[in-house]
Ligand binder design. Structure first.
Ligand code: MG
Length: 222
C-alpha cells in the first residue's frame, strides 16, 4: 500500500490562512469574493488555474507581480501561524512503524511545499517523496499527478490510497482509479467530498483503522 497525501488541509493547516488572505486580495482587485467562495472556486487547484480565472473575471491581466506579492504575504502568515493538521504526526508515526509507504502529491509548487513542510516539522518524513502539480501537464482534478506519484514510488495504482480534503483532489484520485479518503475536518463541504467519490472521515485519529493499520499501543485515541 502507498498512502498518497495531499498537502494543504490534510498535512498542514494552510487552507484557513490562505483562503482568508486570497478573499481579501481578490476583493481588493475588484472582484468581491468571500472566504467560502474562494474555498468553493479555488481550494485544491493550482496557481495557474486561479490566475486564469481571476483574469477572466476582472477582464484584464493581473497586476505585475501580484501573485508574487500574495505568495510572499502568505509565506509570512505561515511563518507566524502555520501548524500541522491536528493529529497527523501520530498517524504518520503509526504508518511508518507499520512499514506503510507514503508520499505527497499536491497542487502547490515545490518551493511552497518545502516551506510548509519545514515550518510544521514534517519535511524529513517525506524527503525525496514530494510530488507537485509542477511535475505534470495537468493538475487536479485531472489524474496526472496521482498517477505520476504512484509511478515514481513504484506502486501499482490499485494499491494506492489518496488522502484529500478538496473536491478537485477527490475527483483526481477517483479519476486515477485510486481509493480516496476525504477528510471532512477541513473547509470543503462534506457532501461535496462524498459526492466526488471519497469515503469520509472526520478526524485524523480515524485514519489508521480505515487503512487497516493497527492503532493499539501508540497513543492513538479514536
Ligand atoms: Mg488540500
Amino acid at each position: 500500500m502507498l498512502v498518497v497525501w495531499d498537502c494543504d488541509g490534510v498535512l498542514v493547516d494552510t487552507e484557513r490562512l490562505v483562503t482568508r488572505l486570497e478573499a481579501e486580495w481578490i476583493t481588493a482587485l475588484g472582484w468581491p469574493l468571500t472566504q467560502a467562495e474562494v474555498v468553493e472556486r479555488f481550494m485544491g487547484r493550482s496557481e495557474r488555474v486561479m490566475s486564469t480565472e481571476i483574469e477572466r473575471n476582472l477582464g484584464r491581466e493581473l497586476p505585475a507581480r501580484w501573485y508574487d506579492a500574495l505568495r510572499a504575504a502568505s509565506y509570512e502568515l505561515f511563518r507566524a501561524e502555520l501548524t500541522a493538521v491536528d493529529g497527523v504526526e501520530q498517524v504518520l508515526d503509526l504508518l511508518e512503524s507499520a512499514g506503510v509507504a507514503t508520499c505527497v502529491a499536491s497542487s502547490s509548487g515545490h518551493d511552497r511545499l518545502a516551506l510548509v513542510l519545514e515550518i510544521t516539522g514534517l519535511a524529513e518524513r517525506f524527503a525525496g517523496r514530494v510530488h507537485s502539480a509542477e511535475d505534470v501537464q495537468q493538475g487536479k482534478p485531472h489524474p496526472d499527478l496521482f498517477l505520476h506519484a504512484a509511478q515514481q514510488q513504484g506502486v501499482p495504482v490499485a494499491e494506492c490510497v489518496v488522502v484529500e480534503d478538496s473536491e478537485p483532489g477527490v475527483l483526481a484520485g477517483v479519476a486515477a482509479g485510486m481509493r480516496v479518503l476525504g477528510f471532512a475536518g477541513g473547509l470543503a463541504p462534506t457532501a461535496a467530498l462524498e459526492a466526488a467519490g471519497s469515503e469520509i472521515f472526520e478526524r485524523m485519529a480515524q485514519l489508521p483503522e480505515l487503512l487497516g493499520v493497527e492503532a493499539d499501543g501508540l497513543g492513538m485515541q479514536q
